[in-house]
Design a protein around this ligand. Structure first.
Ligand code: URA
Length: 278
């Protein structure tokens, strides 16, 4: 193969989202299970969970009445509901094999910050840096999120941060509806267990998913919603803000974001005053 061919194959792979190597040596996916590259794998070698597994490992897709496939989220629902605390939920997410993203990700990215804080933020999905470190919002967007928090006198000791997806979509592509549906039971349980006073949905994917709305973030931000994470009927105050990655690209939305942050700070302060009065 010429250098030009090699470069254009590489460009094609990057374009398709394969922008990171996940193994030290190539793996021949056409060979039967247990054969790795050209060498048979020793029985004692640890199984690499990032490898593409056989079809039978994946949750079955259910055919809906109109012929479209919907993911079988039953296992996710059962496993999330059985988690009685955050440690159990983290373990449930880490051992859940139903979402294909786990096979290409390096780490499960569960949460960061203080789970006892009255403020919880939910973003979209881990990026490359988050995937490498297993911690949400630690790349460029994360640094801006930290500055947004600092503007309302918060940091990761006084806020709790997670995402809609626990694994990085390859090449940072948009998550599919199926991937979101498979993670959603865990996210809902996550919010129910933390039960923050104020929930901030960071970006359009988090806002649309948790508010069950079809509008974009421009329409959803700047308002307050009641979000019910469980069957208790007791809602959590929720709002949506522009994603910091979007703000890094389109700086002119920073004024609206400042207004949103002031509103979040006021809502948190209101709650404190109410509590002190009781
Ligand atoms: N963007 C997100 O939505 N979440 C992260 O953790 C990082 C970037």
């Amino acid at each position: 193969m010429s250098t030009w061919d090699t470069l254009s194959s590489l460009a094609w792979l990057v374009e398709a989202g394969a922008d990171e190597s996940i193994q030290d040596s190539p793996s021949n996916r056409l060979m039967p299970d247990g054969v790795h590259g050209n060498e048979p794998r020793a029985n004692s070698a640890p199984v690499d969970r990032r490898e593409v597994s056989s079809k039978s490992d994946r949750p079955p897709l259910i055919r809906s009445g109109i012929g479209t496939a919907v993911p079988n989220t039953e296992e996710a629902h059962l496993s999330a509901a059985a988690s009685q605390n955050l440690n159990q939920l983290r373990l449930a997410v880490e051992t859940f094999d139903g979402c294909g993203l786990k096979r290409t990700a390096m780490n499960t990215v569960f949460a960061d910050g203080n789970p006892r804080a009255d403020l919880m933020l939910v973003g979209e999905a881990p990026g490359a840096e988050e995937d490498r470190k297993g911690v949400p919002f630690v790349g460029a967007a994360g640094h801006l999120l930290d500055r947004m928090l600092a503007a309302i006198d918060r940091d990761r000791t006084s806020a709790y941060i997670s995402n809609i997806l626990f694994w990085r979509p390859p090449g940072n592509r948009n998550p599919t509806n199926e991937e979101i549906a498979l993670c959603l039971p865990f996210v809902q349980r996550h919010i129910a267990l933390v039960r923050p006073r104020v929930l901030v949905l960071v970006g359009g994917i988090a806002a649309k998913t948790l508010l069950s709305r079809s509008e974009g973030i421009t329409r959803l931000r700047g308002k307050w919603y009641k979000y019910c994470p469980d069957d208790s009927g007791v809602p959590v105050d929720a709002t949506a803000v522009f994603h910091p990655a979007f703000l890094l690209r389109k700086g002119h939305q920073k004024r609206e974001t400042w207004q949103d942050l002031v509103s979040i700070r006021a809502r948190l302060a209101d709650r404190k005053v109410l509590e002190e009065d009781i």
